[in-house]
Design a protein around this ligand. Structure first.
Ligand code: ADP
Ligand code: TRP
Length: 321
C-alpha cells in the first residue's frame, strides 16, 4: 500500500504534529511503500520569509530523519525538488470549481480571523491535490483538520477522470482515532497558530515552563481528581502504555497529589520519550550534507513515479503537441 504525507516547514515541530502525522508515517514504513515530503511551497503562505523558509526546510528534514523517517524504507524529499507538482497544480486548477475552494475550512477560518487572504492561501488545496495525485497513493494519514483537503483532492481527481478516463487514483484519508486531536496547553487543538504547543525538540527548561502553564482545574491537593477531561492526563496518555495510564488514573482518583505533581511527571515522560530522537538529531545536525544528499536522492526516486504520469497528462491535455 502506498502511504503519503507532507508536512509544512513552518515552525518547530510539536507533539500534535508527532502523533497526528509523523509517528503514523514512521509506523507505516514497516509495511508500506511510504512517501513523505517537506511541503516548502505550501509554507510560503505562512509568511516567514525566504531565509527562514530555507532554514526551516533543513530543520524539518533533520527532525523527520531524527524521528525515524528512514530513507532506505521511505521516499523522502522536498516538494520543490520535484517541480512537476507545479505543472500538475495548474492542470488541476482547470478542474477545480471556485465553489469547492470557497467552501474550504482552512481558507474560511483564516479569513474569519482577519488574516488577509492572498491567492496562494485560496488555491492551497489545489496544490495539495497535486501533491497527492502526482504520486497515486492509497492512504493519506492526517489530523482532522486535513480531511477536507483530501476530499477536495478526490473531487478534483473525479472531475479530471470524468473527462480523460481513470488517470488518477482516488486517495483515502486515515485518522488515528486515539490521537485524532492532540490538545494544547490551553485545551484547544495544539497548533503553532494558537501558541499552545509543546515542542518535540525544545530545551528542557523551556519545556518544563510550557508544561507548567497547562490549564487545569483549581482543586485542593487532598481531593480526588477527574482525569478524563484533564489536559495534563490527556497529553500524558499519548506517551503511556495501558498499565501506566491506569497507574496515573489511580493517582488522580486517590487525591493527595496536585496537578503540579502530574505536570512534573508529564514533563519527565515527554523528555524521556524523545531522548533517543534528540541524540539522532544531534548527529544529523552535525551532518547537514548527509541530510541534503538524502533529500536529493529522495527527489530522484520520487521522480521515477511522477515522470510517466505527468507525460500521460501532458498528452491527454494537449500540452504535448
Ligand atoms: P499547526 O496546526 O501547528 O500549524 P500543521 O497544520 O503544520 O500544524 O500540521 C502538520 C500535521 O500535523 C498535519 O498532518 C496535522 O493534521 C497534524 N497536526 C497538527 N496539529 C495536530 C493536533 N493538535 N493533533 C493531531 N494532529 C495534528
Ligand atoms: N496541508 C498539510 C498541512 O498543513 C501539508 C500537506 C501539503 C500535505 N501537501 C500534502 C499533507 C499532501 C498530506 C498530503 O499539514
Amino acid at each position: 500500500m502506498r502511504v503519503l504525507t507532507g508536512i509544512q516547514p513552518s515552525g518547530d515541530l510539536h507533539i500534535g504534529n508527532y502523533f497526528g502525522s509523523i509517528k503514523q508515517m514512521v509506523d507505516a514504513q514497516k509495511e508500506n511503500d511510504t512517501f513523505a515530503f517537506i511541503a516548502n511551497y505550501h509554507a510560503m503562505s505562512s509568511g516567514n520569509g525566504g531565509e527562514r523558509l530555507a532554514e526551516l526546510t533543513m530543520q524539518t528534514a533533520t527532525d523527520f530523519l531524527a524521528l525515524g523517517i528512514d530513507p532506505e524504507k521511505s521516499t523522502f524529499w522536498v516538494q520543490s525538488d520535484v517541480k512537476e507538482v507545479l505543472e500538475l497544480y495548474w492542470v488541476l486548477s482547470a478542474f477545480t470549481p471556485m465553489g469547492l475552494l470557497e467552501r474550504a475550512h482552512s481558507y474560511k477560518d483564516k479569513v474569519a480571523k482577519g488574516i488577509s487572504a492572498n491567492h496562494s492561501l485560496f488555491s492551497y488545496p489545489v496544490l495539495m491535490a497535486a501533491d497527492i495525485l502526482l504520486y497515486s497513493p492509497d492512504i493519506i494519514p492526517v489530523g482532522k483538520d486535513q480531511i477536507q483537503h483530501v476530499e477536495i483532492a478526490r473531487d478534483i481527481a473525479i472531475k479530471f477522470n470524468n473527462e480523460y478516463g481513470e488517470v488518477f487514483k482516488l486517495p483515502e484519508f486515515k485518522i488515528e482515532e486515539d490521537v485524532a486531536t492532540v490538545p494544547g496547553t490551553d485545551g484547544q487543538k495544539m497548533s503553532k497558530s494558537y501558541k499552545n504547543t509543546v515542542n518535540i525538540f525544545g530545551e528542557e527548561k523551556k519545556q518544563l515552563k510550557t508544561i507548567k502553564k497547562i490549564v487545569t482545574e483549581q482543586i485542593a491537593l487532598e481531593a480526588p481528581k477527574e482525569y478524563e477531561n484533564c489536559n495534563v492526563y490527556n497529553m500524558a496518555k499519548l506517551f503511556l502504555n495501558e498499565n501506566e495510564c491506569q497507574e496515573l488514573q489511580e493517582r488522580y482518583k486517590r487525591g493527595g497529589e496536585g496537578h503540579g505533581h502530574f505536570k512534573l511527571y508529564l514533563h519527565d515522560v515527554i523528555w524521556e520519550y524523545f531522548a533517543p530522537y534528540r541524540e539522532k538529531r544531534e548527529y544529523y545536525k552535525m551532518h547537514q550534507d548527509e541530510v541534503r544528499d538524502i533529500l536529493k536522492t529522495g527527489a530522484n526516486k520520487a521522480r521515477t513515479v511522477t515522470s510517466p504520469l505527468i507525460e500521460q497528462i501532458r498528452s491527454l491535455t494537449g500540452i504535448n503537441y
